[in-house]
Design a protein around this ligand. Structure first.
Ligand code: HEC
Ligand code: HEC
Length: 226
């Protein structure tokens, strides 16, 4: 009897009772959860979702828990430059009709999968190198650097409809990502993903700090606007 109840309580969500089982069974078809990163362009083009094998070095756990219950698009053009861009009146537009909804999890499943993901930390070596200071930057100065001096806006949205479409939106980045990850990825995208489309712009430590602080300001503003 006890065994039956146990099975009913936990069994309903399929493999969901164990975050690891669920990751393996329901997520690994689209996400790389074991590494290594794609080593060839062919592999990179075949990716169906972002790599999750270093999730514990990258994401903020509370964000994972909430996003997995209510996933919202992060990359406006979908993964990864597939056939989601169409010619529009004002230039290229994203053809949203071809993008699919992400699977949404129950609170319990989201919590256990997020905990499982946070254990995947093969890149402590990279994040340990980043020291995040408490520096502040005004939104205007940050935007000037992001857009004009460092050329980041060609690929990233800094507001829902403002900026480039080929990278992930960055106005939510600080809500989603650990600051050390942002710093490290900006320092060298290829250290995380040899085939990343983001160029290494060889930013100085000061500019890396500026960008991380700017992304923090942007996310706080997005939060307040809600
Ligand atoms: C059909 C393919 C598919 C399956 C199955 C799938 N995902 Fe995803 N996932 C994606 C795509 C595509 C994105 C990128 C969405 C975007 O950028 O808007 C994504 C994004 C994510 C993100 C955000 C990561 C980031 O950096 O943007 C997380 C976390 C995630 N998925 C976890 C999971 C988990 C956990 C499962 C299993 C329960 C799962 N996914 C199953 C395709 C999939
Ligand atoms: C040529 C396009 C391009 C340019 C220019 C570019 N990026 Fe990126 N960026 C990307 C892509 C593509 C990704 C990540 C791929 C993925 O996870 O889907 C990325 C990822 C990031 C991330 C991690 C975001 C996340 O959600 O995982 C940050 C932070 C970031 N870029 C900041 C910057 C900054 C700062 C600059 C300017 C110095 C910059 N980028 C310039 C394309 C670009």
């Amino acid at each position: 009897m006890r065994k039956t109840i146990f099975a009913i309580l936990l069994g309903f969500s399929g493999a969901g009772f164990a975050g690891g089982g669920m990751l393996q069974n329901e997520c690994s078809t689209c996400h790389n959860i074991t590494g290594p990163a794609a080593q060839t362009l062919k592999e990179a083009f075949e990716k169906k979702g972002p790599d999750l094998f270093y999730a514990g070095n990258k994401y903020r756990q509370e964000w994972l828990v909430s996003w997995l219950q209510k996933p919202q698009r992060i990359r406006p053009a979908g993964m990864y430059y597939g056939n989601h861009i169409k010619a529009g009146a004002k230039g290229d537009e994203v053809d949203v009709s071809t993008l699919n909804e992400h699977v949404a999890l129950s609170k319990a499943d989201a919590t256990s999968v997020a905990a499982e993901l946070m254990r995947l930390k093969p890149h402590d070596d990279l994040t340990a190198k980043e020291k995040i200071g408490a520096g502040a930057i005004s939104k205007q100065m940050g935007e000037m650097a992001f857009n004009k001096f460092l050329g980041c806006m060609a690929c990233h949205l800094i507001e829902p409809e403002y900026g480039g479409l080929s990278g992930p939106e960055v106005y939510t980045a600080a809500k989603r990502l650990q600051p050390e990850y942002m710093a490290s990825y900006i320092r060298s995208p290829q250290a995380w993903d040899p085939k990343s489309w983001m160029p290494n712009k060889h930013l100085s430590d000061i500019n890396i700090q500026k960008m991380v602080n700017y992304l923090k300001v942007l996310s706080e503003e997005t939060e307040n606007a809600k």
